[in-house]
Design a protein around this ligand. Structure first.
Ligand code: PMM
Length: 276
């Protein structure tokens, strides 16, 4: 069944709840590694009102090593099928065409590829064939190397040009323009100042004409911003208010969806933004 990019009737920004089925993700690694725990957490996110649940089996935190395809399939696919038809759209967070295909066959309605098709040469054609919405994120290198690629002359222009190039590559093999979502890739080969600049220049991203997904939740640039200088940095699960602030501001600026770990506060934040 072909899927369109989901939107809400009330026009508010969608909330994508993060479900990392990994031992080593940024802030929630290891919490939901057993499939039953992951499905229960997904059900909780849906009960809290998540419009989308984003299931990932490979950590992309800086420095993370890659997981095998078999392991990624093992971690994610039973969770996708366990959460299908439960009131939220399922998104599969993967850089691998094979995982994307299996996930869609088992009920996923969005492919979220942080590499925008650069990590697996079969990905764009697979997405074209599957005919599902496709998130193209700005990405420069795998997590093990990405800290070496944080130089930008003009981060906003370079990110917009990169995303436009990837969107064109996707369309060249048959991905429909109407299925493409773009994401600036906060924290991926970016220093804090780059993340802030991209958020400040959100209007330039919007000019591309695609729905925009923003993933700021619990990221280090937020932790740096709210931690007292010289004091112990905040814990990652103590960044909900900082994340909500970004979600409200980006929802107000016109983000299509925000990808977050803490769903209830985010729903309040984007609901308030929708009133203004
Ligand atoms: N960030 C992470 C993982 N997947 N996908 C998209 N589209 N955008 C993001 O910003 C993004 C992502 C890393 O965060 P996590 O380890 O806390 O899930």
């Amino acid at each position: 069944m072909p899927y369109d990019i989901p939107v809400r009737e009330d026009g508010r920004t969608l909330v994508m709840g993060v479900l990392n089925v990994t031992p080593d993700s940024f802030s929630d690694g290891g919490e939901y590694l057993a499939p039953a725990d992951a499905v229960a957490r997904g059900q909780e996110l849906i009960a809290q009102g998540a419009d989308i649940v984003d299931i990932g089996g490979e950590s992309t935190r800086p420095g993370a090593t890659r997981v095998s395809t078999a392991e990624e399939i093992d971690r994610t696919i039973s969770v996708v099928s366990g959460l299908r038809d439960q009131g939220a759209v399922i998104s599969i967070d993967t850089m691998r065409a094979e995982v994307a295909r299996l996930a869609v066959e088992n009920g996923a309605g969005i492919v979220n590829d942080v590499s925008g098709g650069l990590a697996d040469e079969a990905m764009l054609e697979t997405v074209a064939e599957l005919n599902v919405p496709y998130v193209i994120m700005h990405w420069r290198a795998h997590s093990e190397q990405m800290e070496q690629f944080t130089h930008y002359d003009d981060v906003v222009t370079e990110v917009c040009e990169h995303l436009a190039t990837r969107a064109q590559a996707a369309q060249a093999v048959g991905v429909k323009n109407s299925k493409i979502i773009v994401d600036p890739g906060l924290g991926f080969a970016k220093r804090p100042e780059h993340n802030w600049k991209l958020l400040r220049h959100f209007d330039d991203l919007k000019k591309m004409g695609h729905p925009i997904l923003v993933g700021a939740s619990r990221k280090r640039f937020l932790r740096n911003a709210v931690s007292e200088p010289g004091a112990k940095p905040r814990e990652f699960d103590d960044l909900a208010a900082a994340t909500d602030a970004v979600s409200a501001l980006m929802a107000h600026a016109g983000a299509w969806a925000v990808r977050v770990h803490d769903v209830p506060g985010t729903i309040d934040a984007v609901t308030i933004a929708n009133y203004l």
